[in-house]
Every structure is written in structure tokens, then in C-alpha cells.
Ligand binder design. Structure first.
Ligand code: CU
Length: 506
């Protein structure tokens, strides 16, 4: 193939997009509004602590198809792990060795990836550790990192988007010795509450609508129905006046700007991979796809408050760019604190410093990455190529002018060494960039220090159009010259279409 690929720049983007028919207005939810059930009760996902023998913990997970009633009287075909939609909250301690038996009972190849976990490459659950129908994959690894809210999800090659969209995801909570001493709300489902936030779009027959509207491949799957733990905009009846919410963006693509309807202040206590040094007070937090934050919110006034995603208006002069980077106001979940009991807990002044040492002076290698949405010459060629992405090594979704090729290792790093990566974005929209096996710290955004809410350990960083973000990470001691780890955009449709690369640690 000798097609010419032009990078999308702001100048040529609108012209090409118009030719490709991408400027057709975004169709909102195809689901009739009247079916949306207003009074849904919040569901706390089942917690699974496995079978413990000393520090050895065994989990049994079964990936299956099922039916879920998101709307009264309407059955939606879904996928789940040990249940019909999503999976249990797995929970283990630092120092444990976990063994997870994952059995595939669906009629397509799948995987489970332990997002945020430091672990050997062949235990990672990326596209190389695929599981066929009827097979059981049993990764085993020691948990070496700090208390944090991690997650797990399908990472099947070119299938991550549809499989996660239909339900293959769950949380993985890591505890450690000292997190228990912080005096934080920690009664699971009572004052310590996991919240997986997802946006979905439904067809008239109640089935999930996937890649049915023109911008879906370009912008990633977005929908106007919000699910929290698989329930449409639920109502949480708070049992305590101080709530710890573990907010997880389990959406395929959407970035949220989370805030309460009365703009009340809350405290962010943790980001993707652990606690911040001290609580950061704010009245809103941005959460891109795959990111997590833990917040403490005081509801002792016993009011009803809506957790919302505030509207964002995209930057840029061009209408397409504005559309790609803007989002409407959305209701996430209602918190009804009228029955809440007085909490004995207080918001701590200090949390703790992460123990992971990441010193820029010790960085031995610097790498540059550019997130790109290249374009085939000719408007319709772009659409044709997008539809066919994945079979050839050429698609419009690229990192450093290459799209994912499972047979190509993009680079290798050395174990126990520190690197600084500069991630640029020359495409017109923001991309959440994720690296497997490491926890990184954000050094700067366009040369400026990151926001305090991003000062902790992370595994995903949102990179805006035209932004340069520098991150620092240390590769752990695991090495395997044969099995790669992934780095990729966590807009799952971008990942599936090639915005992903592979590295090995030697
Ligand atoms: Cu992307």
C-alpha cells in the first residue's frame, strides 16, 4: 500500500472532515426519554476478597454473556464477570500474591488487563494474553504497590472498545498497612463507596448502541445515558455524613468535569495510583477515561445533592474542534443525605508521601511521543480506512506516525531505570495516555507544574490538543524480552484503531 498520509492539522481538518461527511450533527440518545427510570437505587458492587491462605489469595472469575435491565421491562444483552454486567470489586493487600483464574465463556477471544498494576509482562492481560472460549488463564503476581483504586478490563486486540462497552470491567482495590491508620471512611458500601461512571447509548430495542453514529470512531463512543455501577443515574441514600467516593471513569471516551449541584467543596485524597500528600480542597475535578480519584464529601447538612458533570466548551476556532472537545452538562447520581448518621471520621490534614522515588536527575532516557490523527489522502479514503483499521498497519490513529502492529516492538527499556517521557498531541482533540506496568508522576504541562489534584502517582494523563506533558516513571525489576507492555490512548475506539504501541523491559 502506498497511500499518502497527511497529519490532521487545524487548517486541513474541517475541510477533510466535511468531505468525509463527519460534520453531520451528533445524534443524541436514540432511546426514548420516557423510558429513563428516575428512581433507580444505587447499587454497591459485590466485593470479592478471594480465598486466602496466608498471603496467597485466589480469585475465580468467569467472563460471560448476560441480560441486564437498565430500564424497566427492557432486557439489554450485556457482558459481565461473575455477573451480568461489570464485575465484582476485587480486593487484596500489598504483599499478597494473587492468583486469578479467568475463564472465558463468551464466544469471542477476550483478555483481562490489571490496569495500574505493576507486574510481569506475561501476567498483564494485554492483547498477547488472549483467552479463547472455554479456556482458563491463571495469572499470578505479587502486589507491590501502595493502597489505591485500580481496575481491570478487557484488552482484546481491536475488541477492547465493544467488550468494555458491553460490560467487561471492574474495580481492583489495593489496601496497605498504613492506609488503615489514616482514619478515613473505610466501611465498604457504607461510607467508602466505589462508583464506576459510564456513558452509554441505547437502541430502541434496548440493546446497547455501538459505532452506529458517524462521529463514533473519530471521537470514541459517547452516549447521553449515565450509568453508575451499571444503574442509570442512581440515587445513593447516604448512611454517613462523611462519604469517601472512589470515582472511576469507566467510560470508553468521555471526560467528565465532576462537581456537586450546589458547588459545595470537597476534598480529593487520592489519584489513580494512591494518596495525595494531603487532601486538596476544590469544588470540581476533571476525570478522563480510565482515571480515578477518591474524594471526601461532607453531607452533614443532610441535603439532596446531584453529582454532575459540568458542561465544557471546547477550545479552538473551528466548529469541529469545538464539538470534539466539548461536553454537555449531565447528571451522574443523586445523593440523598436526609437519613445520614453522624460520622465519627474527620478529614485528615496530612495523608502521606508516596514512597516511590522518582527523581528527574536520575532519568537515564528521554523519549518523545506524538499522538496523531493522520488522514488518508482524500476524504472518503479516510472513512474507508477507519472502517478497515486493524488489519493493516496503517490507520489514521497513530503514535509517532505508526499505528499498532502486534508484531512490532516499538522500543525497549531497562528494568530499574528512570525515564522521562514527553507526550505531545498534534491532533485536534484530547487523548488520555496510559502506560502499563508503571506509576508515573506528571512533571509539567506545557512547562507548568500540574494541578494539585494531579500531583500524586498516576497511570493515565489527559493530553490536550497542542499540549506537551512530561511524565517521569521508573520501570520495576520485571523484565521479559519476549512479551511487551502497551502504551496507548484510553479512548478505547482510538486504541482499537491503532493509537497504541508496545515496549519490552529488559
Ligand atoms: Cu485518543
Amino acid at each position: 500500500m502506498s497511500k499518502s498520509i497527511t497529519k490532521i492539522t487545524r487548517r486541513n481538518f474541517v475541510k477533510a472532515a466535511a468531505t468525509a461527511g463527519l460534520l453531520i450533527p451528533f445524534s443524541p440518545s436514540l432511546m426514548a426519554k420516557s423510558i429513563v427510570n428516575k428512581g433507580n437505587a444505587f447499587v454497591v458492587p459485590p466485593m470479592d476478597t478471594g480465598t486466602r491462605e496466608g498471603n496467597q489469595v485466589t480469585f475465580n472469575l468467569s467472563i460471560n454473556a448476560g441480560q441486564t435491565m437498565f430500564f424497566n421491562g427492557v432486557n439489554t444483552p450485556t457482558l459481565g464477570i461473575n455477573q451480568n454486567y461489570l464485575g465484582p470489586v476485587l480486593r487484596a493487600k500489598r504483599g499478597d500474591t494473587v492468583k486469578i483464574n479467568v475463564t472465558n465463556k463468551i464466544n469471542e477471544v477476550t483478555t483481562l488487563h490489571w490496569h495500574g498494576m505493576t507486574l510481569p509482562a506475561n501476567m498483564d492481560g494485554g492483547p498477547h494474553q488472549f483467552i479463547k472460549l472455554g479456556q482458563t488463564w491463571s495469572p499470578q503476581f505479587k502486589i507491590r504497590q501502595e493502597a489505591s483504586t485500580l481496575w481491570y478490563h478487557s484488552h482484546a486486540l481491536h475488541k477492547t472498545g465493544p467488550q468494555v462497552y458491553h460490560g467487561l470491567a471492574g474495580l481492583f482495590i489495593v489496601d496497605d498497612e498504613s492506609s488503615d491508620l489514616l482514619g478515613l471512611p473505610s466501611e465498604y458500601g457504607v461510607d467508602d463507596i466505589p462508583c464506576t461512571i459510564q456513558d452509554r447509548r441505547f437502541n430502541r430495542d434496548g440493546s446497547l448502541s455501538y459505532l452506529t453514529a458517524m462521529p463514533d470512531r473519530m471521537m470514541g463512543m459517547q452516549g447521553s445515558t449515565i450509568l453508575v455501577n451499571g444503574v442509570v443515574t442512581p440515587t445513593l441514600k447516604a448512611k454517613s455524613t462523611l462519604l469517601r467516593l472512589r470515582l472511576h471513569n469507566g467510560s470508553n471516551a468521555r471526560t467528565y468535569r465532576l462537581a456537586f449541584s450546589d458547588a459545595r467543596l470537597f476534598h480529593i485524597i487520592a489519584s489513580d495510583c494512591g494518596f495525595l500528600p494531603r487532601p486538596f480542597q476544590t469544588n470540581e475535578v476533571r476525570l478522563a477515561a480510565a482515571e480515578r480519584v477518591e474524594i471526601l464529601v461532607d453531607v452533614s447538612d443532610k441535603k439532596q445533592i446531584m453529582l454532575k458533570s459540568l458542561a465544557t466548551s471546547g477550545g479552538g476556532m473551528m466548529p469541529m474542534m469545538r464539538m470534539m472537545n466539548s461536553s454537555p452538562e449531565m447528571n451522574i447520581m443523586l445523593i440523598d443525605a436526609s437519613q445520614a448518621k453522624q460520622s465519627p471520621r474527620k478529614i485528615p490534614i496530612e495523608l502521606r508521601n508516596n514512597t516511590l522515588a522518582l527523581n528527574p536527575k536520575s532519568a537515564v532516557t528521554r523519549r518523545k511521543f506524538d499522538l496523531q490523527m493522520g488522514m488518508m489522502g482524500g476524504g472518503m479514503g479516510m472513512m474507508g480506512n477507519m472502517a478497515g483499521a486493524g488489519n493493516s498497519g496503517t490507520s489514521m490513529f497513530q503514535i509517532n506516525s505508526k499505528s499498532m502492529d502486534i508484531k512490532r516492538i516499538d522500543f525497549q527499556t531497562k528494568r530499574n531505570t528512570t525515564e522521562i517521557w514527553e507526550i505531545g498531541n498534534s491532533s485536534p482533540m484530547a487523548h488520555p495516555f496510559h502506560v502499563h506496568n508503571v506509576q508515573f508522576r506528571i512533571l509539567d504541562r506545557n512547562g507548568k507544574r500540574p494541578h494539585p489534584s494531579e500531583s500524586g502517582l498516576k497511570d493515565v494523563v489527559l493530553v490536550q490538543s497542542n499540549e506537551k506533558v512530561r511524565i517521569i516513571m521508573k520501570f520495576p525489576e520485571y523484565s521479559d524480552s519476549q512479551t511487551p507492555y502497551m502504551y496507548h490512548c484510553h479512548i478505547l475506539e482510538h486504541e482499537d484503531q491503532g493509537m497504541m504501541g508496545q515496549f519490552v523491559v529488559v
